[in-house]
Ligand binder design. Sequence first.
Ligand SMILES: Cc1ncc(COP(=O)(O)O)c(C=O)c1O
Length: 397
Amino acid sequence: MILRKQFLEHVGQTSPSPMLIEVARAEGSFFYTPEGKRYFDLVAGVSVSNVGHANPEVVGAVQQQAADYMHIMVYGEMVERPQVEYARRICELMPATLDCLYFVNSGAEAVEVALKLVKRCTGRTELISMRRAYHGSTHGAMSMMGNPEGEEWKGAFRPLLPDTRAIEFNSFADLNRITERTAGVLCEVVQGEAGVRLPNPEWLKALRERCTEVGAMLIFDEIQTGMGRTGEMFASTKYGVTPDVICLAKAFGGGMPLGGIVANRERLNAFTHHPCLGHITTFGGHPVCCAAGLAALNYLTRSKIVEQVETKGALFERLLTSHPKILEIRRSGLLLAVELGRSEYLYKIMELFKEAGIMSDWFLYCDTAFRISPPLTISEAEIEECCELIIAALNRL
Ligand SMILES: Cc1ncc(COP(=O)(O)O)c(C=O)c1O
């Protein structure tokens, strides 16, 4: 109680009604309160904890690296093994043109760097994003927020970046709005905060072609879809479309704060001149975060967890889909939006979930669907148990 009171007094908040669940520890698919109440974690810190909470390999790597060395010097000056190895491993998993990784601290910062890079490389200023896109909360990333409600999210923070515009995700007609003036187009491969909206694969290809045709750079935001969430290590590979820049964060740090952009070496070198220090960041690529990310990647590849994601996602879908309160399930791998169609239902179900020991959430631009994006390590038996709890809660709606 006292901790909750102090939380409300001294820890900054952004929501008028925080969840106020105290966390004592977390393991695998669950976290626990000090009283021992167990919660199924269906949020995973918003697609962060892909390798499960307290993954022993990640914990071990963090402990070892913290003991070896932590921060030495701003990123990009010293040769630090965790950064080098992690960058090499990620680039090996990417198409050959994406061979260089610039480390930052978060998703929003990765987006900032990507936007700066496309302006720097093309000499143009126009930046295009998609309606209902979410790319982060800093000024630049927020400028690319393509929210349909007009000024609701952005109005209070203007002026934002000039020369930005939003086009419709999956609209072939809107591709014509990408022109010789456009420096870059920023796009989530699967729109997350819009409530899990899948791309038309043909549209993604056409988007790539249009960017190439007019000389605009294509940036994929894989911050939520990366590191196995959709059933492939990266969603762009799943759709066979190669962008010019990929933004990574969230699960990329294995539970530690880390972001990055992957691009072609020659293009990224633009940050070394006119001006040099084109983007600098003290803690970007922190060795402990890189060690955690690398350990998580090693775990994901060795345990073949990513190969199981599609089956596990399909199991959630199969067990829930026939419930009469569920109108639709939108899904890519283990990223699911369960559509109830009414926000009153959603507010109520969140309360029922809390009681039942389930942590879910809604989406920034969709308050009629709840989120299922658990650690990718969740077992089939856990999915079955969790769906029983979800159905019992839905029956009480
Ligand atoms: C697709 C996408 N891009 C960018 C971000 C921003 O990442 P961060 O919160 O690390 O700044 C998010 C966060 O939810 C996201 O979902």
